[in-house]
Design a protein around this ligand. Structure first.
Ligand code: NAP
Length: 293
């Protein structure tokens, strides 16, 4: 049976380090990093994520500024707020919770965030720097995946890492990070998506498999080889098979059939999820440091 990759534990270790760093920064600069989180509308899942991000800031001693706007907010109104946050020296990081309501163009909003405050790592400047292998804000979920992989696979050089999914938020940045020529990566990377006739052709070759498809049961036990390390990014709410009156959260991987073959696997919940917030806090500290150089 696979070793369980405990994202909660790794995340709490990283958060403890961040907390110590915030104390040091406060001693040096007489102020602490601040993260502004913007939520537009009343999507229940997004509201939970925003609350968790605020709580995460408080726990490590950072300031959190929450801007909760009505679902009817116009693009201009949101851009005006972003401009204000870009110019607020107490705000080191800006995160706009996605998705945004239909009347707002996500790309315009992301492009309006000052790249030096773009702690999500979604601004084209940071995306370009990632691809060009320059210093940048790494997107939080992919960076969390990379850290979990590094804790469980020694000597990544030449390992075949297969990513299922090519979104700009997860699949593509994971692939770009793990392709880089450094000790935390240096993998042979394959990315597959819905144009593949049969993704198992690729997933069966994986030494490390990162699954970010957004569909439960995308990868089952017959699609992986023995000894694979599996990072399941998916978050899907399904009807609980044990009790149809309830729902439960599962990943994109069929844990029950994949875990017996895997060397290590992330659970859902408790795997990648907790890492995302830890990496967001880490990026906010980095933003503070860059802005106070
Ligand atoms: P997304 O934008 O919907 O992208 C899904 C990708 O998977 C697409 O590239 C799609 O291919 C591909 N895909 C879907 N079904 C497939 C299949 N059967 N075979 C092969 N490829 C398939 O999703 P996302 O934003 O990357 O998120 C992925 C999952 O991660 C979601 O469940 C999301 O909730 C979760 N997530 C979790 C966290 C966290 O903190 N834990 C953060 C972000 C996302 P095409 O491009 O061809 O359509």
């Amino acid at each position: 049976m696979a070793e369980i990759i405990d994202g909660k534990k790794v995340s709490s270790e990283i958060r403890a380090e961040i907390k110590d760093r915030v104390v040091e920064l406060n001693k040096t600069y007489g102020k602490v990093p601040g993260l502004a989180v913007v939520l537009v509308g009343d999507d229940a899942a997004s509201a939970v994520y925003v609350r968790m991000k605020g709580k995460g800031c408080e726990e490590v001693g950072m300031n959190s500024y929450q801007h909760i706007l009505p679902g009817s907010t116009s693009q201009d109104e949101l851009l005006t707020l972003i401009d204000k946050l870009n110019n607020d020296s107490n705000v080191n990081g800006i995160l706009v919770q996605l998705p945004l309501p239909k009347q707002i163009d996500e790309k315009s909003v992301i492009n309006a965030i000052d790249p030096i405050k773009d702690v999500d790592g979604f601004h084209p400047v940071n995306v370009g720097k990632l691809v060009a292998d320059d210093e940048c804000f790494l997107p939080c979920t992919p960076h969390g995946c990379q850290i979990l992989i590094n804790r469980h696979v020694k000597d990544l050089k030449g390992k075949h890492l297969v990513v299922v999914g090519r979104s700009s938020i997860v699949g593509k940045p994971v692939a770009n990070m793990m392709l880089q020529k450094n000790d935390q990566a240096n993998c042979i990377v394959t990315v597959c998506h819905t144009a593949a006739k049969d993704i198992s052709v690729y997933t069966k070759q994986a030494d490390i498999l990162v699954v970010a498809a957004g569909r439960a049961m995308t990868v089952t036990g017959d699609m992986v080889k023995d000894g694979v390390v599996v990072i399941d990014v998916g978050v899907n709410r399904i009807t609980d098979p044990a009790d149809s009156s309830k729902t439960k959260i599962v990943g994109d991987v069929d844990f029950d059939s994949v875990a017996p073959k895997a060397a290590a696997i992330t659970p859902v919940p408790g795997g990648v999820g907790p890492m995302t917030i830890a990496m967001l806090l880490s990026n906010t500290v980095k933003a503070f440091e860059m802005q106070n150089r």
